[in-house]
Design a protein around this ligand. Structure first.
Ligand SMILES: Nc1ncnc2c1ncn2[C@@H]1O[C@H](COP(=O)(O)OP(=O)(O)OP(=O)(O)O)[C@@H](O)[C@H]1O
Length: 582
């Protein structure tokens, strides 16, 4: 799809809130253009009257004062126009960025599987900057020159219609080739932005995995891959630059021809005595204005087309519908007091990218309020997939999931996810203080509540040993935490959220005995008074569970307590022998 100037209409909803500012900008724009057009008029009076031999010095001085007044008005109007237009450019771009970002955050995992985060970032930065340039400067430059061009043309027709006709003839020669070159620029600009996005996406992936890259000493390889990608971007950009240079050169050449033609005809008529020198001066300035207006418009057209490409890409992002959404009329389930109840009805699911392979296959089961169910099964059995479906990151193709008696696709997404707390295998710590990291679970929690959650998660002791206690900065720029400590932060976060349903993915990596004990104790505390599903990797966990679900190939193949399942000597018994050394 080729970008067209019509794509700019995508910005209309973002401009609408600023009607008043747009009107002001338009007013200043007209005033500034009008003043510019008054200049040649004043110049003619100066040449024909002020410079005439009979004119007194007072007349000359008055002429110059008038000229200065025009200049002063131009200065004021231009600066007001510049302010208003740049203000609009900044505002609109920020609104657009915020809206796109907020929209992207709501997308389902399917979106992030097909779109690299680096690409989204590039759209938010380089595409947004492009739009800012165009809205905040090129567009106003274009409008100002369009108004001035039309004004100059009108003045020329009024003062010297015959000459105007010829100038128009010459300018027509500018238009056709520009249209051709403009098309080429348009095609190449979208391609070049896409290439830039490709290389940013690549870089962000590599930077996120820098330790892996370095452990394989792949720095050189990655640098080469990046430069290969930027070289492609460069080649595309250069082709665009070449087309655009040709466009600019052509426009200047053709408009200079128009100018010189006008000057020549004018000089002839001054010699013949049919025109005064002042009229010639005035005409020349109008022709210069007209020609430069054409030149600028050509330039601006190129910018507008590039921005059109950027707007299209952002609108594409903005209009992608997440495949999981809250229903129009959500059903409210009662908030359970002693943990959620869960029913799985013949749930079958395959990932969108793997239509042929069932990740869950007719999975059925029931968990009563307050129960703890341990989920075990070989790698790839569908344990993590089950968690993703419970949080409705994906929707099953068949069957239904009922939480607290309501099918989860009938629930408001926020309501559903508010009921579920997750402690992942690899907990995420954001850059921020310990306090902020725990409070992520419930942003309006008091400090006391955060301390209580940390206490319940057996985290207070190690937090107090950190350089600044709860105010210690964690994450990217701060203190690094051990695996066990990170888990306890994540548990405290979940405890603070206080959901009736807890999803735990136990760490597979071994912690040292003390850390292990602390994490176990924290988990036990977190499970109290709630329903818990836990992907189990520890003997203690399965032994304590009310029920164990054994998954294989997306099916529930065995269920019962540890003792019951061991007695059956089936899949569980052999898994337990492997995993727990039973
Ligand atoms: N995002 C995805 N897109 C496509 N297929 C996926 C995706 N995530 C998982 N799968 C596939 O779905 C199946 C179930 O995976 P799942 O992660 O649920 O297994 P698991 O039981 O949690 O395994 P493990 O114990 O190794 O973590 C696997 O065959 C896996 O390859």
């Amino acid at each position: 799809m080729k970008p067209t100037p019509q794509s700019l209409s995508g910005l209309i909803p973002f401009i609408r809130p600023y009607r008043v500012q747009v009107a002001l900008a338009g007013l200043f724009l007209l005033l500034a253009a009008g003043t510019t057009l008054a200049f040649p008029w004043a110049l003619r009076t100066l040449i024909d009257q002020g410079l005439a031999e009979q004119a007194t010095p007072e007349v000359l001085a008055t002429q110059f004062v008038e000229l200065f007044m025009v200049a002063a008005a131009l200065a004021v109007f231009s600066s007001a126009r510049f302010y208003m237009v740049s203000w609009l450019g900044e505002k609109i771009t920020v609104d657009l960025k915020n809206k796109v970002y907020a929209h992207v955050l709501q997308q389902s995992p399917t979106f992030f599987e097909t779109t690299q985060s680096g690409e989204v970032l590039s759209r938010l930065t380089s595409d947004a900057t492009l739009i800012q340039t165009v809205v905040g400067s090129s567009l106003s430059m274009g409008l100002r020159n369009a108004v001035m061009g039309v004004g100059a043309m009108a003045m020329l027709i009024w003062t010297n219609p015959w000459l105007m006709l010829q100038v128009i003839g010459v300018l027509a020669l500018v238009v056709f080739p520009s249209v051709y070159l403009g098309r080429r620029v348009r095609r190449l600009s979208r391609a070049s932005q896409d290439r830039v996005a490709d290389s940013s996406a690549m870089a962000s992936e590599v930077l996120n995995a820098i330790s892996v890259v370095q452990s394989y000493t792949a720095e050189r390889r990655e640098a080469l891959r990046f430069s290969g990608s930027t070289a492609q971007a460069l080649a595309t950009s250069l082709r665009r630059v070449r087309a655009r240079s040709a466009l600019v050169g052509f426009i200047i050449m053709a408009s200079s021809a128009a100018l010189l033609w006008g000057l020549y005809m004018g000089a002839l008529s001054v010699r013949a005595g049919t025109t005064t020198a002042g009229e010639l001066g005035q005409t020349v300035v109008y022709v210069v204005l007209l020609a430069s207006a054409f030149a600028v418009l050509g330039e601006v057209y190129g910018d507008v087309l590039r921005a059109a490409g950027a707007i299209e890409r952002l609108m594409e992002l903005l209009h992608t519908q997440s495949d999981v959404r809250s229903p129009e009329q959500p059903q409210r389930a009662p908030w359970p007091t002693h943990g959620s109840s869960l029913v799985l009805r013949e749930v079958s699911f395959n990932y969108p990218s793997r239509p042929a392979q069932r990740a869950l296959n007719g999975l059925a089961g029931e968990v009563h309020a307050g129960q703890t169910v341990a989920i075990v099964g070989p790698s790839g059995a569908g344990k993590t997939t089950l968690f993703s479906l419970l949080m409705r990151f994906y929707a099953p193709q068949q069957g239904a999931v009922l939480l607290d008696g309501v099918a989860i696709e009938q629930m408001d997404l926020h309501d559903l996810r508010q009921r579920i707390g997750v402690v992942p295998q690899e907990p995420v710590v954001f850059s921020g203080t310990v306090m902020e990291n725990i409070r992520y679970g419930q942003p309006d929690a008091t400090d006391q509540a955060v301390h209580a959650a940390a206490e319940a998660a057996f985290a207070t002791e190690f937090i107090n040993e950190l350089p600044e206690g709860f105010d210690t900065y964690l994450g990217d720029r701060g203190v690094r935490l051990s695996g066990g400590q990170r888990q306890r932060i994540a548990i405290a976060r979940a405890i603070l959220k206080n959901p009736p349903m807890l999803l735990l993915d136990e760490a597979t990596s071994a912690l040292d005995a003390n850390s292990e004990r602390m994490v176990q104790a924290a988990l036990e505390k977190a499970m109290q008074g709630r329903t818990t599903l836990v992907i189990a990797h520890r003997l203690a966990t399965v032994q304590r569970a009310d029920c164990i679900w054994v998954l294989e190939h997306g099916r529930l193949v065995e269920q019962g307590t540890h003792a019951e399942l061991m007695a059956r000597a089936g899949l569980y018994a052999s898994l337990a022998a492997l995993q727990f050394g039973e």
